[in-house]
Design a protein around this ligand. Structure first.
Ligand SMILES: *Cc1c(COP(=O)(O)O)cnc(C)c1O
Length: 454
């Protein structure tokens, strides 16, 4: 019997032939360099062919190629809507900065500043002066030094206090932080010898006592920020370690300066390790502190001076833009109410349920009005950034039915959209968490979902 309609593969062949060639399409992208135009054109043609093979119309290839070329030419990390509810999202740039910190960065970047100049004396100054006083005031330490990140801080402290000597650490604290920061390897790089004491789950004061001798440079106390050991466990409190007469390096990672936030109560306080007498306490600027990427070191005058004058200090030195953002963020901490309302990480951590509900509802309404299916659910967000692994921040979220797409397909469309959006999956639904979105972000997130559902 003769078929009246062509077989799908025949019609596909015809459609495929009718697509423009890569060179034709590239030539249409005027004002774009040859290499970028050809790559964008090739990708657009490939995408068009894929659509035809799936039985869909190829779409406007020139427009697609133009958009791809534009994306290739726009430089640097792109803004992303974070609807995952993970507050300190390591892959999305960790802590968003406070407005004031951003203004400080703009001022420091656009012109000259007294970065290393003492204006009253007319002499050379230190970039550290801009934050040292503040850090002393906020942590109670005698001295402070800031470097590139917390990994750098731990490397510098171990190098300065114990190169060529021994560093004693509990086997329960031989931790790995994401991005291949492993305590044994960092200590190895510092030129110190690692001496492990105790066991994975239990280490006692006598274990440390037995390991300390004339060759001991320091004791390292590392906070297991990204995991917890529960059950038959014992570690020595830092106060007791500090009484053993050997310098203690405390690696806190997350850096909780805000003692007044109950959600953070299971994280060690910077002021506590300082008060306990740690020689150097190290913590990150862009985790729970909510500032820029930085490694903050606070401690005794002698230990910090040893770090300051170590040759690695120059290699790990903090940049002026970071310093400006850090100083502005730390200044906010002088007033807890201001810090809680202006530092995004703290604001998200303490967001009240009513505000979250309103923002989640706003997204649900916007999506429903456009014909989608979305409803309010209770969900649990995470702090992220390798901090507080057990803490669940429960609150309302907007759950979207991905139909007519599979959930994976909807998520993919959202990731490659403009602006890109990242969300969570829960029981076959796409979850938009209002905690990590502003009101404005929430409207844009809903619009992105509507576009991706279409
Ligand atoms: C995160 C973390 C680090 C590394 O901090 P960065 O600022 O990412 O370099 C080191 N130690 C601990 C305990 C951490 O949690």
């Amino acid at each position: 019997m003769k078929r009246s309609v062509p077989h799908p593969s025949e019609s596909h062949a015809q459609e495929l032939r009718s697509l423009p060639s890569v060179s034709e399409l590239a030539a249409a992208l005027e004002g774009v360099s040859h290499g970028v135009a050809v790559r964008a054109a090739r990708e657009a043609v490939e995408a068009g062919r894929d659509r035809i093979r799936e039985g869909r119309p190829p779409g406007d290839l020139e427009r697609d190629a133009r958009a791809r070329a534009k994306r290739a030419l726009s430089s640097g990390p792109r803004p992303v809507l974070n609807a995952t509810g993970v507050i300190v999202h390591t892959n999305l740039g960790r802590a968003p900065l406070a407005e004031r910190a951003m203004r400080a960065v703009a001022e420091a970047g656009v012109g000259y500043s007294d970065l290393e100049y003492d204006l009253s004396g007319g002499t050379r100054g230190s970039r550290q002066d801009h934050v040292e006083e503040l850090l002393r005031e906020l942590t109670g330490a005698d001295a402070a030094l800031v470097v590139n990140n917390c990994a750098a801080a731990v490397l510098l402290a171990t190098s300065a206090l114990s190169a060529g000597r021994e560093v004693v650490i509990s086997r329960g604290q031989l931790i790995e932080i994401g991005g291949s920061f492993r305590i044994p390897e960092v200590v190895g790089q510092s030129g110190a010898r690692l001496v492990e004491v105790g066991t994975t789950n239990r280490t006692r004061l006598d274990d440390y006592r037995g390991a300390i001798d004339a060759d001991t440079g320091a004791l390292l106390w590392a906070h297991p920020s990204n995991f917890r050991v529960v059950g038959f466990v014992e570690e020595v409190p830092i106060e007791e370690l500090c009484r053993l007469g050997v310098p203690v390096i405390a690696d806190l990672g997350s850096g909780r300066l805000a003692g007044w936030i109950p959600e953070l109560s299971s994280e060690p306080l910077v002021t506590a390790t300082v008060a306990a007498g740690a020689a150097v306490t190290c913590f990150s600027g862009d985790k729970l502190l909510g500032g820029p990427q930085a490694g903050i070191m606070v401690g005794s005058r002698k230990a910090i001076e040893a770090c300051r004058s170590h040759p690695l200090a120059r290699a790990l030195r903090i940049d002026k833009l970071t310093l400006a953002a850090l100083a502005a963020t730390l200044t906010l901490y002088r007033d807890p109410a201001l810090a809680a309302s202006e530092i995004p990480v703290l604001r998200m951590l303490t967001a009240n349920a009513e505000d979250l509900r309103e923002r989640a509802q706003l997204m649900c309404d916007q999506i429903s009005e456009a014909g989608g299916t979305a409803r309010l659910v209770e969900a649990a967000a995470k702090v992220g950034g390798g901090a507080l692994p057990l803490l669940e921040l429960t609150g309302p979220a907007c759950a979207v039915d991905p139909t007519p797409h599979a959930l994976d397909e909807l998520a993919r469309r959202l990731r490659i959209g403009t602006p890109p959006l990242l969300a969570r999956a829960l029981d076959g639904l796409l979850l938009l968490d209002p905690r990590t979105l502003t009101d404005d972000d929430a409207r844009r997130a809903a619009a992105a979902v509507i576009a991706a559902l279409a």
